[in-house]
Structure formats: C-alpha cells, structure tokens
Ligand binder design. Structure first.
Ligand SMILES: C[S@@+](CC[C@H](N)C(=O)[O-])C[C@H]1O[C@@H](n2cnc3c(N)ncnc32)[C@H](O)[C@@H]1O
Length: 283
C-alpha cells in the first residue's frame, strides 16, 4: 500500500474527490459534502484493512464490485450508538419537552440517522413512562440498510446492559430497564409493543425529501459528519418537516445556530441542544 503520509495533500484530495464522484455516478450515494477529515480517516482506515494499494485502485474496485461498495458504505457511516446516550438529554425531554407534546391529540416523531435503533427504543420507553406511547408514532430512518435490519429486529447483545441501566437511571428512569425486554442466550429483545409504534425505513438526508409534518425531530451525532453546506441543507429539511412549535434535538457537538434556517429556531435547552421552531423561515 502507498504510504499516504508521504503523499502531498493536494494529490490525496484529488484521489478522494474522484472516488466520491465514482460512487455518486455509479450508485447515487452522495458523499461529496461529507466532512473531508472524516472521509479521509475512513478511506485510509479501509486501505489499511484491505489488500488495495491506493485510493485510485479503490475507485476501480468500487466501480466493479457492489459488495465492496456495501463495505465502503458501512465504513463511511459511523454507527456507534447506545441506549439513553447522554442521559441528561433524555431527562430534559422528560421534564421540558414531553409535557408540551402531551397536549397534542397524537404525536409524530422522526429519528433521523437512527443507526441500530437503541436511541429509538430509549425514546419509546420514555413515551411509555409518560403515558404517551399509545398516541405516538415514531419514524426512524437511516440510509444504511444493514443497521436498519438490526433496529427492526429489536434484538441486542446483553454486553452493554450495565452501562445502559446506568444511563437509564440518570435519565430519570422510573423502573428497571429489564422491565422492558426479555433476555435469552446472551441477547435481549425489546417488548413488541414498542415495535408497533415505530416505522423503520431507509431515508438519505443528502438526497431524499422532507417528511410530512412532525412534532419532533431527533437527529443526533449525524450532522457532525457533514460539511457546512450539507448541514445547511439538512437543517432546511428539518425546518420544512417540523410543524410550528415543533421540537428539534441535535447532538452535543452540533448546532443549527449558524444556519439561515436555524434562525427560525430558539433554544428550549441550550446545554442539551434542544430547540423549538418558532416560525417558518419565510414568514
Ligand atoms: C454516529 S451514528 C448516530 C446514531 C444515533 N443518532 C446516536 O446519536 O446514537 C450516525 C448515523 O447516521 C447515519 N447517516 C450518515 N449519513 C446519513 C445520511 N446521509 N442519511 C441518513 N443517515 C445517515 C449513519 O448510517 C449512522 O447510523
């Protein structure tokens, strides 16, 4: 493999640009506005793991080997997630957001970039404990069909349960996490009544359209992988998909403040990056 530490940045950037263009033209997956630093890290990581010698050779393989493209897709999407990730986010949801959503006759929530679904089941548990699950519908989307398959099954290994139980307690959980799943052969499976309130589907934030009006959008730890231009596009998508008075939650390192469409949002809770849509941008 070429030692890319000795290659001029300009040349690496050209090779990466050509690779992304090839992926877009052949498969329609558009990574051209992802954060360059993120892409470079992931591409060089894949090179190290494979017997491919250069990014240009990778481009050839991507074009001729759809199975390799699936690997690249997984490489580019970091799927790390956990239950009740950043527990104070969920505590704030419980205390400051759900009491408002409670006043609606029904609640539609969109989890964008939901990965393997742990944050979606966390939200379903929260809704259940606040007596809102039966009038809620959660649309949970990701562009990666492999992670969605896991999410749909609602089955996870039991290796992280201790950490998840702790997160749940810190989030203000009222019971034991174990009340919500059954355990068998080192796997847990969430109660099917949660699954009934969740629709998992493929949706690409870069190329797909806005959703019908929803009351809340949760999209955490996804914008961080996009450049400013793409973040702006996605924030517009959220703006267009949210009803007036709707709620938007993003990740701890993310914000909509810089964006033109972000002007329509105000913080409900700045520390937890939870916003309310005050008006439509073109009002
Ligand atoms: C780090 S995970 C975050 C998972 C979860 N939201 C959380 O905070 O724990 C990022 C997810 O964003 C998804 N993603 C990346 N680009 C996307 C895109 N263009 N459209 C939809 N999902 C995308 C990835 O597949 C991955 O599952």
């Amino acid at each position: 493999m070429i030692n890319y530490q000795n290659v001029r940045n300009e040349n690496i950037n050209i090779e990466i640009k050509l690779l992304l263009e090839a992926i877009y033209l052949k498969y329609g997956h558009d990574f051209r506005n992802y954060s360059p630093a993120h892409l470079k890290r992931r591409i060089l990581h894949r090179l190290m793991l494979s017997d491919i010698k250069s990014i240009s050779e990778m481009q050839y393989k991507v074009l001729h080997d759809p199975e390799f493209m699936r690997e690249i897709l997984t490489d580019f999407s970091i799927n790390v997630t956990e239950m009740f990730r950043d527990p104070l986010f969920y505590k704030t949801m419980r205390r400051e957001v759900l009491p408002v959503l409670k006043t609606y006759p029904y609640i539609k929530i969109w989890h964008a970039g939901c990965s393997t679904g742990e944050e979606v089941y966390s939200m379903a548990i929260l809704l259940e404990e606040e007596g809102l699950l039966d009038k809620s519908l959660i649309y949970a989307t990701d562009y990666n069909e492999t992670v969605l398959k896991v999410a749909k099954k609602a089955e996870y290994t039991n290796e992280n349960l201790k950490a998840y139980q702790k997160n749940y307690e810190k989030s203000g959980g009222r019971r034991k996490l174990a009340d919500y799943y059954t355990e068998k052969n080192a796997m847990i499976k969430f109660d099917p009544r949660f699954r009934k309130r969740i629709v998992f589907s493929e949706h690409n934030l870069v190329t797909d359209k806005a959703f019908a009006e929803v009351h809340m959008i949760i999209c955490r730890n996804v914008l961080i992988y996009f450049n400013r231009e793409l973040q702006n596009r996605v924030i517009k998508l959220f703006h267009d998909s949210l009803m007036k008075g709707g709620v938007l939650g993003v990740g701890s390192k993310e914000s909509v403040d810089f964006s033109r469409y972000g002007k329509a949002f105000e913080y409900i809770n700045k520390n937890q990056k939870i916003y309310i849509k005050k008006y439509s941008h073109d009002e």
